[in-house]
Structure formats: structure tokens, C-alpha cells
Design a protein around this ligand. Structure first.
Ligand code: 147
Length: 643
């Protein structure tokens, strides 16, 4: 065009033909775990907790997730926390450990059609004993125990995976399939290998492996972080005749990641024939000093105030999930790139199993001008009224998300729609959509003093607000002649790990990052020869727990004590140390770490051991730890404010 003339507007014909071919749609969902990202949601007050769950799972209200992938907790760090195993020690199964069962029950209660998918990041030490790999026969025993727990919880597990992002062992998957069938879980499909496309290459040359695996699940096939605009699978994968999934995608901010999510959901099918898109993670319900603190569908990091926010990611996801069901079919004739050019955006049409309803999801994330879509409906699909819903992804005003814009009555099966740049549109013959209206209370700090005697909690659930980073801290009956409940570190040996931090001692922390001058006190019981610690001014954590800005007061049963600081690379600096009368094993003692300005003071049973001066950290949360996989106990946790 000559200077000044507007470029010719792009017009795209969308042929919504019910007779067209297309693969089966398996659903759009999200992951709880990998790890610790849902932890604080469990402790939210009502009614906020239910409202957030509604925004995630309730049909016609919010993200309306169709797949929920849950971590099979392994007592080891799996990104932003460690999730509890159901079997810390072989043969001792406790199906109430962790919070994923609770979350899955909440999801099922809201949407009985949701598909559940279990995957391990790590596992208790016994699973990999001697090998430190997950691909053992013990792991199969362990997964059958986990399936038994799911059954006990009345949670149907549609899909089960192997070891997250740690390759595959063909024989192991074959044995897993045999075990599922022989234990009566033959309806559960195996996804392999939650890693890269090489699993499909192996399946093309190994018929037994190919037979054992039902679905090829690959991570970040649409790129990692905001690069998500082109999605890829491989010729080998497409030759298998098995569903191909983006079994983990995302790792995006709840708001800033919305454009990548919108592209990825459509383009996974267009570019790579992938029929499921599973976002990591479901929610950012974790402390804000963690590495991936804002990733998910929503953010909820203040269980004391009830404050939360629903991310734009929820609404671009809803543009597909509220208008489709797993089991619907893609309509290939009604799917492609606008004007044949990926820069204009993409469109994907899905139809109901009875070939009546359809929904077309259009994204114009990278378009720069308005365009037109000209629809023609044929092949037995409804030519009745269509409803148009839209999300303006360029807007930061939530009232521009998930808006019912207009209804159009086709004429002779034809109608047109103008598409603005930066939008996701859904054109649908279905009804029942909705945008939740619950609003959040204001954020506020958790005030001191704070105490927890660990007596009021269920025996198998970690206490309120505590988020474990390695190991498993659970309330259980006290040892050492003490009555009531105490907090015990339950992992008895180094787990099969997923992360690779140089220091992986079990620790857990809680509270408000604004806390500055305070004393953290606890009673501690040395069940074995070991070193326990108090943490204070817990601040930034390195990715995958590869370090922590914090102060530590450590005491061993031998009487050796220290005040140390650690940094985000797990460098430890000893600020003060000494040896006191050995507390020994089998008895209770009271430890305290006082932080006042730059002065740090450690005391034992009311007597000062020593102090140090350091200016590194001025504020942060409080925690408890054991420097090795020992089952020490804690009681009477108390935080008292200083000046
Ligand atoms: C994934 C993990 O599976 C998740 O648990 C979580 O840690 C997530 C955070 O982004 O990352 O693992 C990946 C790590 C790096 C890449 C892809 C997946 N990468 O660089 O492409």
C-alpha cells in the first residue's frame, strides 16, 4: 500500500464443518505440586478458601479446570516446597498425609468430570534404596499404595505418570502397566515420560514400551516462559497413534503469562497435534520469598488475611474450558491461523460428542489490526444463535476479562465477527458460562505474638501456615514423656530427590516477611543424635531451594551450638559458636533465637549461649529444621515481638 493507506484488513473463512476430522480433546488443566505451590490455600479462612476453589474448579465460574494433575508427595523439595509422602517408611501407609487429597476432593466436589492425574517428583528414600533412582520395583509398590489411597479417598485417577522430568526406563513403565492391571486399576492410563519427545522415539522402536504407554506427555513443547508462541511435537510422536499432551506448560505469572497461555492452548493442537494443555502450577498459594511466587491461575499468599487475586490466566483458560468438555472433538476444518499467518493469531474449533454444539476459540495475541472472521456452519452442527465471549488480554482491568459481548443469529449458517488485536474470543452455541463475582478482603500482615502448641491439628497434617522445604513436618503424639501433640520430622532417610541443592536438610517455615525484631522459641526433642535448628528472618530462597537468606541457631545433642547465616547459594557463615553441656538424646529442651536490630542472641533452657552482630538480613519469617533426615520433635513454637 502507498504511504498513509491502511493495510488491507485480513478476513479469514472459518469452516465449522461437523463432518470434518479432528482428534479427541483431552482437556485443559493445571498442576498442583512440583511443588508446594498450593500449600497456603489449605489454610485459608472461609469463605475465601471456598471462593478461590470455586474460581479454580466450579463450572461456569472461573478457570473451570478440566484436568487436575497432583504431585505424589515425596518428602523432598520439588520446586517451591516439599510435599508429604503417604509412606515415609516402607509399609507404613497413611492416606491422610499432605494436602493434595484435600485439593482433589475439593475439585471433584465442584466438578465430578474433572480428570485426575498423579505424578511423582521425588519419593521417600526406601523407594530408591541403593540406587537413588525412581525407576525401581519399590516405586511400583509405592505407586500401588498411592493408588490405594486414592481409592480410599474415592478419587478416580484417570492418569498416572513416572518421574517428573527425569527420563524414562521402558521396562519400568511396562511393569507399571502390569501392576496397574493386576491391582484392578486397569482404567488408569499411563502418561510417559513428563520429559521430552525422546520417549516417543523409543516407543517407535520398542513395541512392548509402546503398548504400555497410553499417552505421550511432554513438558514445555511450546517453549519455556514467555517464548510460548510456537509449539512442537515430532514426526515419531505423531506416528504413534497415541494422544500427545503438553503435560506441563506455563511457568508464567498469573497475569503477565496470559498471552502465552492463550497462544499455547490453541497452538499446541495446531502446531503439534497436542490434545491437552496442563499449566504449571494451578495457584500461587505460597510465600512470596519463593522463586516462582506469582505463577498460576490465581495468587493467594496470605492465609491469615484471606487476601487473594484471580489472575488473567484464569480468564484466558476459561475461554476454552467453560465452552468444551474432555472427550469433545477438534474440528480441523475450523482450526488454523488467521489469514494463514501466525502473526495474526489462531483459531481452534471443538464440537460436542453428539455433533450438535461447537465452540471456536480465537486468539489475536500478536495481531496489530482489526480482522474479520467469516463463519460457515455445516455438517449437522447447530446453526442456531451463537454467544460471543471475549477477554482483552492487553487490558489490566479485570472488567475486560471474560465478557459476554454479544449474541449473533447466523443466517443460513453464516455470520461474521470483527476481531480486535490482543483478544481471546470464544464463539459458542453452548450456554452456562459465568464469571465469578466474589471479591477478596484486603491484605494485612500477620501480627505478633504468635504461638503454636501443635495440639489442635490432625495428627497427619502439617500445622497451620508451616510450609515444608525438605522432609515432612507433621503433628503427631509427643515423645519423651510429654502429652499432647508435637511437630515431628517424619522422613527417615534422604529421599529420591528431584532438586539438586547442595544443602537439603529438612526445614519448614511460616509467617510474615515483614517481621523484623522478634524472638523465635521452641521446645526440641532429640529423638536421635542430630542437630536441630531455629530459623529467623527467612528471606529470599534460590530456585529449587538452592539457597536461602536466613539466620540459623543450631544445636546438636552433643552440646555444639552455632549462630549462622546462609545465603541464596547455601553458603553458610558462622557468626558465633561454642559448646555447652550436652543436651543428649531423649529429653526436651527450650531453644530461642532473639533478633533485635543487628544483634542475634541464642539461648538454651533460658540461659544465653552467645550472641553475634550481623547486618545482612533485617526481616523475614521464622522456621524450624533438622540438619539431616532425623525424626526430631518440636513443641511450643512461639514468636514474641521485640522493639
Ligand atoms: C519444571 C518443573 O516440572 C516444575 O515442577 C517447576 O519447577 C517448573 C518451574 O518452571 O519447571 O521444570 C522445568 C524446568 C526448566 C525448564 C522446563 C521445565 N526449561 O528450562 O525449559
Amino acid at each position: 500500500p502507498s504511504a498513509g493507506a491502511a493495510p488491507a484488513a485480513v478476513a479469514t473463512a472459518i469452516a465449522v464443518n461437523g463432518a470434518s476430522g479432528g482428534l479427541t480433546f483431552d482437556g485443559v488443566g493445571a498442576i498442583s505440586g512440583g511443588g508446594g505451590n498450593s500449600r497456603l490455600l489449605a489454610d485459608y479462612p472461609e469463605p475465601e478458601r471456598s471462593r478461590i476453589l470455586d474460581y479454580l474448579f466450579k463450572p461456569g465460574y472461573g478457570a473451570d479446570l478440566q484436568v487436575l494433575k497432583i504431585e505424589i508427595g515425596g518428602d523432598t523439595n520439588s520446586t517451591d516446597g516439599a510435599e508429604s509422602s503417604i509412606e515415609h517408611s516402607q509399609g507404613q501407609v497413611d492416606c491422610d498425609q499432605g494436602y493434595e487429597w484435600w485439593l482433589a476432593e475439593q475439585a471433584e466436589a465442584r466438578n465430578p468430570n474433572i480428570k485426575l492425574y498423579g505424578l511423582s517428583w521425588g519419593a521417600p528414600g526406601w523407594v530408591g534404596s541403593g540406587s537413588n533412582t525412581f525407576f525401581t520395583s519399590n516405586a511400583i509398590t509405592y505407586l500401588m499404595d498411592w493408588m490405594g489411597c486414592a481409592k480410599q479417598h474415592k478419587l478416580p485417577i484417570s492418569y498416572l505418570g513416572g518421574w517428573n522430568e527425569r527420563g524414562f526406563d521402558a521396562t519400568w513403565y511396562e511393569n507399571l502397566k502390569t501392576a496397574l492391571v493386576s491391582h484392578g486399576y486397569g482404567a488408569t492410563k499411563i502418561v510417559a515420560a513428563d520429559s521430552d519427545w525422546s520417549v516417543a522415539d523409543a516407543m517407535t522402536t520398542d513395541p512392548a514400551f509402546k503398548k504400555a504407554v497410553d499417552i505421550v506427555g511432554v513438558h514445555y513443547p511450546c517453549g519455556y516462559l514467555s517464548s510460548e508462541s510456537t509449539c512442537n511435537s515430532t514426526a515419531n510422536a505423531q506416528s504413534l497413534g497415541k494422544p500427545l499432551w503438553a503435560s506441563e506448560n506455563g511457568s508464567e505469572d498469573a497475569n503477565d503469562g496470559a498471552a502465552a497461555t492463550a497462544r499455547g492452548i490453541n497452538r499446541g493442537y495446531l502446531d503439534g497435534k497436542m490434545t491437552s494443555y496442563i499449566n504449571w502450577p494451578v495457584i500461587a498459594a505460597l510465600y512470596q520469598n519463593m522463586y516462582f511466587s506469582t505463577d498460576g491461575m490465581a495468587e493467594a499468599s496470605q492465609p491469615w488475611s484471606g487476601n487473594y487475586s484471580i489472575g488473567k490466566n484464569t480468564w484466558v483458560t476459561a475461554q476454552t474450558t467453560q465452552f468444551t468438555q474432555p472427550g469433545w472433538h477438534y474440528v480441523d476444518s475450523g482450526s488454523g491461523y488467521l489469514g494463514g499467518n501466525r502473526a495474526n493469531g489462531s483459531f481452534v474449533t471443538l464440537k460436542s460428542t453428539d455433533n450438535h454444539d461447537y465452540s471456536t476459540v480465537i486468539e489475536t495475541m500478536d495481531a496489530t489490526a482489526a480482522q474479520t472472521a467469516n463463519f460457515t456452519v455445516t455438517g449437522g452442527l447447530s446453526t442456531g444463535k451463537v454467544h460471543v465471549w471475549a477477554t482483552n488480554v492487553n487490558s489490566s482491568n479485570p472488567s475486560d476479562y471474560f465478557v459476554h459481548q454479544q449474541d449473533i443469529t447466523p443466517s443460513g449458517g453464516r455470520y461474521s465477527l470483527t476481531l480486535q488485536p490482543g483478544y481471546v474470543y470464544t464463539v459458542t452455541t453452548t450456554t452456562g458460562q459465568g464469571k465469578g463475582t466474589a471479591t477478596s478482603p484486603a491484605a494485612s500482615a500477620l501480627t505478633l505474638p504468635y504461638t503454636d502448641t501443635f495440639d489442635t491439628h490432625a495428627t497427619t497434617t502439617s500445622p497451620k501456615y508451616f510450609s515444608d522445604m525438605n522432609g515432612a513436618f507433621a503433628t503427631t503424639s509427643c515423645d519423651g514423656g510429654r502429652t499432647g501433640q508435637c511437630l515431628r520430622q517424619e522422613a527417615t532417610s534422604t529421599p529420591v530427590r528431584w532438586t539438586n541443592e547442595p544443602y537439603d536438610g529438612p526445614y519448614t517455615f511460616m509467617g510474615d516477611s515483614s517481621w523484623s525484631n522478634y524472638t523465635v522459641t521452641t521446645d526440641a526433642y532429640f529423638e536421635q543424635s542430630s542437630t536441630v535448628e531455629l530459623l529467623g528472618r527467612v528471606n529470599l530462597q534460590g530456585r529449587n531451594d538452592n539457597g536461602l537468606d536466613a539466620y540459623h541457631f543450631r544445636l546438636s545433642d552433643t552440646g555444639a551450638w552455632s549462630i549462622q547465616k546462609s545465603d541464596v547459594n547455601w553458603n553458610f557463615t558462622t557468626l558465633a559458636s561454642g559448646t555447652t553441656t550436652a543436651p543428649g538424646t531423649g529429653s526436651w529442651h527450650t531453644l530461642a533465637l532473639k533478633m533485635q536490630g543487628s544483634t542475634l542472641t541464642a539461648s538454651l533452657d533460658g540461659k544465653t549461649l552467645g550472641s553475634a552482630v550481623d547486618n545482612s538480613y533485617t526481616n523475614g519469617q521464622a522456621g524450624l529444621g533438622v540438619t539431616d533426615y532425623k525424626t526430631d520433635e518440636f513443641d511450643n513454637f512461639a514468636l514474641t515481638p521485640g522493639q
